[in-house]
Design a protein around this ligand. Structure first.
Ligand code: TXA
Ligand code: MG
Length: 325
């Protein structure tokens, strides 16, 4: 399939492809999404084949207006409070779905995950699309999500009708997903909207499901059961840069991702030092991609405490490294 590479000032062309039932990769502040009209079941089915994604893993619907939201889902009071505080932004809310939304979007669940992104280009695109756009991250299933145009192209060229060219993603990690279990807000996937920020809005403690053992039967968030975020290189984790000389002794073709400075490491392909955890998270996936391209076969990544923005990074890194949690 020929894929059109669409510059940001031609957002209407990208939206037209969606309106005609096509697939378009588009930037958001979290990661690039692989979009189709949420009300076109045939187009949504093609998302699953383009990604190689199991069809029991539902999609997030992206909206950019109250009207688009109303077409997709209902907004109960707690969810409305979170929407008011964090939308537009990197938060997805799992809401009761409207009957008119095709089942394929939600993999048959009675709920739908909805997000109103903050990125200006994403909003312009979604407004032009007219109604909600179903979009998972635009990676091939299992790989890290694309956070740059180059990564998006690498993953989806030849599989979609269009790729809308945006800047590098500002957040760099997928949205926080919040759902409601027995009326209580729960974090289904940690992201840059933190548990404390959510608790402050709701006035109650909020549990994260990301670190609790899966319950019997169907996982609460189906994505939790799949392998995720893996670059080609093997990922190993460390807590303190002082561990690095021992961990890398004798290794070749290794890269390092660290906050602050690292000791001298003979033989390293590349050592990337980030100013803080926010920047580490923003550039995590693009670093995986670029270190793969440099031919690294081993990536040593620093593991933060799983608190605040560290919760999302720790969640992605433990999966990338294959650590059970
Ligand atoms: O930042 C993001 O969330 C990005 C951008 C493109 O918006 N999207 C993204 O989508 O990360 P995806 O498909 O890679 O991850 C969506 C997750 C999956 O783990 C899925 O299981 C979960 O959301 N999910 C979707 N609908 C759900 C629902 N009704 N109930 C529980 N979990 C749901
Ligand atoms: Mg994903």
């Amino acid at each position: 399939m020929r894929t059109q590479l669409i510059p940001a000032d031609r957002v209407k062309e990208a939206a037209l492809l969606i309106r005609k039932g096509g697939l378009v990769v588009f930037p958001t502040e979290t990661v690039y999404g692989l979009g189709a009209s949420a009300f076109n079941p045939g187009a949504c089915a093609r998302i699953f084949s383009a990604k190689g994604r199991p069809s029991d893993n539902p999609l997030i619907v992206h909206i950019a207006s109250e009207e688009q939201l109303a077409e997709v889902a209902q907004l109960p009071p707690q969810a409305a409070a979170l929407a008011k505080a964090f939308w537009p932004g990197p938060l997805s809310l799992v809401l009761p779905k409207n009957p008119s939304l095709p089942e394929i979007v939600t993999a048959g669940l009675p709920t739908v995950a909805v997000r109103w992104p903050r990125d200006e280009l994403a909003q312009a695109f979604l407004r032009e699309c007219g109604s909600g756009v179903a979009a998972p991250s635009a990676n091939v299933s299992g790989a890290p999500s694309p956070t740059t145009f180059e990564m998006a192209k690498g993953a989806m060229l030849g599989r979609v009708e269009g790729i809308l060219k945006g800047a590098d993603c500002q957040e760099g990690l997928e949205s926080t997903i919040v759902g409601f279990v027995d009326g209580q807000a729960k974090i289904f996937r940690p992201g840059n909207v933190t548990a404390n920020e959510i608790a402050a809005v709701l006035g109650v403690d909020v549990l994260s499901l990301a670190y609790t053992p899966p319950s019997e039967g169907r996982p609460v968030s189906p994505g939790l059961k799949y392998k995720h975020y893996k670059p080609n290189a093997e990922v190993r984790l460390f807590r303190s840069p002082a561990e690095l000389p021992a961990l890398t002794a004798g290794a070749d073709k290794f890269g390092v991702l660290v906050v602050g400075s690292a000791p001298e490491l003979p033989g390293a392909c590349e050592v990337r030092s980030f100013a803080d955890w926010k920047e580490f998270g923003r550039r995590l996936y693009s670093s995986f991609f670029e270190l793969d391209q440099l031919g690294c076969t081993l990536i040593l990544a620093q593991l933060p405490e799983a608190e605040g923005v560290g919760a999302a990074i720790a969640n992605r890194l433990t999966k990338a490294a294959g650590v059970p949690n």
